[in-house]
Structures are given as structure tokens and as C-alpha cells.
Design a protein. Structure first.
Lengths: 116, 110
């Protein structure tokens, strides 16, 4: 079945880094745009970043520009998000989602906690 | 950056219909962007209910419907059921790196 599985979250100190991964299965990953979306505890959804199917077009939310880097490996059916210079306000569940102008498939999310 | 405003909460009794609004705070964000709606139960992953303003993905109940008028999008749930209780989010997608979610609406089934 169509599935996205995130990994790589954890506890990190302010200023630290993490690399999130999202493994896709059940669909032709290389045909689809993908996005990362996050949700702080008890809060709403916030779009983080977008990558086109071939990886040649990338967008970031303004507050993430320069700190986060999205990438993908179509041969390995994987999506990545490199998080640098992390702040307490980056604490959230990070979801990868299949992007077709709407987010029709979501992973279960991976929790990132930024705390000293 | 445009924003989307949703009511913090709505409620209704089983069998009733309710409508959740989503209003763009600037420009023509709702009228020009792709609008989608998501349902999220506590502790669960968001689920796509409506895309392109009015379309339902396969498997989504026809009790859920979407509409747009001017700079306001709406999600209507008819024949309210206990399982509909949860949080609902609208989303405006421009396709050029501009994606914004509404703050979410908590639906309580009385």
C-alpha cells in the first residue's frame, strides 16, 4: 500500500543538527512532488519545504530558509530534511507528505525536540 | 505572507450540519490558490478531506463538501457523527513556494 515512513527525529540541543528521512513505498516516488510539514505540540500545521519530482525546484518557508535543506534520492525512494541551527521553536512533529497541490499521503511523523 | 483565519471551535449535535469557514486575510489568497481541507483526530495523522476547493478523494464520505465564495472557503459536514469530532485545517497552496494553513478548528459533537 501507499506508505511514507519518517525517521531521524530526537532530542537535540539548541544550535544542533538533525537529518530526517522519509521512506516511500507503494507508489512511483520519482513521479511525485514532496513536502515536509510540521506541527508543534498542541498547535496547528505549518508547511516547511517543497521539492519537485526531479529535485530541481525547491522552496522553503521563510523562517526555515538558510537553516533547513530538503533533498531526495529517487533511486532509493527517499526524502530528506537536514535541520541545522535548531531553535526551541523548531520543536515539532515533522511529517513528510506527498504533494499534488494538496497533501494526499502523510507519514506518521517524527518528533524533533530542541532543548538544553 | 497571507494568512487564513478559521473559527477556533464549532459544535453540533449528531445528525446536524455544520460549516467551518476559512477566510484569507489579504488579497485573493482563497480565490486564486488551491484550497484543501484536512481532518485530524487526537494523536493521529492529518487526513485529506477536500482538494481543489470542492473535490473529495476516493474513500472520503460524501458527508464532507467544500465550497468557495470570494475570499472565503468553507467545509460543510452533513449528518454529523461522533467520529467527526476532531480538528480541521484549511490550506491554501500557490504552487510557487507559498503554502499556508489555517489555525485549525476544533469540532465538538455534542
Amino acid at each position: 500500500q501507499v506508505q511514507l515512513v519518517e525517521s531521524g527525529g530526537g532530542l537535540v540541543k539548541p544550535g544542533g543538527s538533525l537529518r530526517l528521512s522519509c521512506a516511500a513505498s507503494g507508489f512511483m516516488f520519482s513521479d511525485y512532488y514532496m513536502s515536509w510539514i510540521r506541527q508543534a505540540p498542541g498547535k496547528g500545521l505549518e508547511w516547511v519545504s517543497f521539492i519537485s519530482s526531479g529535485g530541481d525546484t525547491i522552496y522553503y518557508a521563510d523562517s526555515m530558509k538558510g537553516r533547513f535543506t530538503i533533498s531526495r534520492d529517487n533511486a532509493g525512494n527517499s526524502l530528506f530534511l537536514q535541520l541545522n541551527s535548531l531553535r526551541a521553536e523548531d520543536t515539532a512533529i515533522y511529517y513528510c507528505a506527498r504533494d499534488s497541490g494538496a497533501f494526499d499521503v502523510w507519514g506518521q511523523g517524527t518528533m524533533v525536540t530542541v532543548s538544553s | 505572507q497571507s494568512a487564513l483565519t478559521q473559527p477556533a471551535s464549532v459544535s453540533g449535535s449528531p445528525g446536524q450540519s455544520i460549516t467551518i469557514s476559512c477566510t484569507g486575510t489579504s488579497g485573493d489568497v482563497v480565490s486564486s490558490y488551491l484550497i484543501s481541507w484536512y481532518q485530524q483526530h487526537p494523536g493521529e495523522v492529518p487526513k485529506l478531506l477536500i482538494y481543489e476547493g470542492t473535490k473529495r478523494p476516493s474513500g472520503v464520505s460524501n458527508r464532507f463538501s467544500g465550497s468557495k465564495s470570494g475570499n472565503t472557503a468553507s467545509l460543510t459536514i452533513s449528518g454529523l457523527q461522533a467520529e467527526d469530532e476532531g480538528d480541521y485545517f484549511c490550506c491554501a497552496y500557490a504552487g510557487t513556494g507559498s503554502v499556508v494553513f489555517g489555525g485549525g478548528t476544533k469540532l465538538t459533537v455534542l
